[in-house]
Design a protein around this ligand. Structure first.
Ligand SMILES: *Cc1c(COP(=O)(O)O)cnc(C)c1O
Length: 407
């Protein structure tokens, strides 16, 4: 799988796991550090001196550009197979920048199992700027058809797999249908769940890919960042203009931290998804309904693997009872009760009570989000410890009986 990705990398020579740690500026195209520092310094400065009133250097003001941030952006463009990449202050900020490509009166089509914050931003655009969003089930490409408009449709926003229902969208199929019928529309994929290590949507017809860098890319829950990858230079120029105008470019220190996190992306994800596979099998063995693309019982298991190099490390399961789910979540010790995902340590949550609580209960019901759903975001701990802790919690919550054999 890695040799395949390496051939597709536009500027890379090696497999993706290698490209993540290998930064070669020897051709002079990247940021040049005078001392050849192995870790590019944090250029903690707002301004850069000019050599004269008329001669500006490469950088003048950090809102417009900063060497640490530019270095990170060059590195990310290579990894995402993007023409250009941009890093901003959070995942939501990335989405806000992209949403500013939409004019009042134009429309967005988005999935029905979206990240809660995305949902909130889209409602805000609708109320304040007359930008309407149609929510459709993007697992079925034909469900988009009635909403497509040849001139009004501007963005089609996809997540695959979605969170927390882990539904898979056929990105190439949707991209070709939309591009054919709506020449003005851009396919935007929020690829946060997979990270560029497992899925690179720009090669499947997406025009823009975005990631919350707060999640897998940084991997340690110690910073917030948003990453945008763009296929086309004209769109990239518009995105740069918006970032410079609104001033949301990522600060130098956070850029440096994110760059450091990215170096271990491959090892973290490999370990996290291997653990997640075992946990999915453990839960299925105990007859829970599990939602995980790595499971053969997932209805879109095959479709997922046509686009991705792995199942990722987020899975959901149902207990059939909200009170039992609450007790499970509150009885784990190793699994921290926390929103978010992508960190090295394992997290457990009840989306309806936590990350998706901002979506009204009636809308959650319409969109088929079960109140008893538990989401697991698997970390890099020893998998036996994780399973033991989950097993104890399941017993305490009366979700399984003690005398049944363990795994
Ligand atoms: C977390 C997340 C976001 C928002 O990112 P922040 O960095 O928290 O602003 C957007 N999309 C998805 C899928 C996410 O998981």
């Amino acid at each position: 799988m890695e040799s395949e990705s390496s051939q597709e990398l536009t500027r890379g020579k090696y497999s993706l796991a290698t490209e993540l740690v290998y930064i070669d500026n020897s051709d002079g195209s990247g940021i040049r550090d005078p001392y050849n520092a192995s870790s590019l310094p944090i250029y903690q400065t707002a301004t850069f001196k000019q050599s004269s009133v008329s001669q500006m250097g490469e950088f003048d003001y950090s809102r417009s550009g900063n060497p640490t941030r530019s270095h990170l952006e060059n590195h990310l463009a290579k990894i995402m197979l993007a023409k250009r990449a941009f890093v901003v202050s959070s995942g939501m900020s990335a989405l806000d920048v992209i949403a500013r490509l939409v004019k009042s009166g134009e429309e967005i089509i988005a999935g029905d199992d979206l990240y809660g914050g995305t949902n909130r931003l889209l409602s805000f655009l609708n109320k304040s700027f007359d930008i309407k969003t149609h929510h459709v089930d993007t697992t079925n490409a034909t469900s988009l058809l009635p909403c497509l408009h040849p001139t009004k449709t501007r963005l089609v926003l996809l997540e695959s797999p979605t969170n927390p229902l882990i539904k898979v969208s056929d990105i190439p199929k949707i991209a070709s249908v939309v591009h054919e019928k709506c020449p003005n529309a851009l396919i935007v994929v929020d690829n946060t769940m997979m990270s560029p290590y497992l899925q690179r949507p720009l090669k499947f017809g997406a025009d823009i890919v975005l990631h919350s860098g707060t999640k897998y890319l940084s991997g340690h829950h110690d910073l917030m960042a948003g990453v945008i990858g763009v296929k086309d230079e004209i769109v990239a120029e518009k995105i740069y203009f918006i970032i410079n105008s609104t001033g949301c470019g990522l600060a130098p220190f956070d850029s440096w931290l994110l760059l450091r996190g990215i170096k271990t992306l491959a090892v973290r994800i490999e370990k996290q998804q291997a653990n997640a596979m075992q946990i999915s099998e453990f839960l299925e063995y105990h007859n829970f309904k599990v939602m995980y693309p790595g499971s053969r019982s997932h209805p879109q298991h095959n479709l997922h693997f046509t686009m991705s190099d792995g199942p990722g490390a987020v899975l959901s399961f149902l207990t059939g009872d909200v009170t039992i789910s609450e007790r499970i979540v509150e009885s784990t010790k190793l699994w921290a009760i926390s929103v978010s995902f992508g960190c090295v340590n394992s997290l457990i949550s009840m989306p309806c009570r936590m990350s998706h609580a901002s979506i009204p209960a009636t809308v959650r019901q319409e969109r088929g989000l079960p109140e008893d759903l538990i989401r697991l975001c698997v970390g890099i701990e020893d998998v036996n410890d994780l399973i033991d802790d989950l097993y104890s919690a399941l017993i305490i919550a009366n979700a399984i009986s003690v005398n049944r054999p363990k795994n």
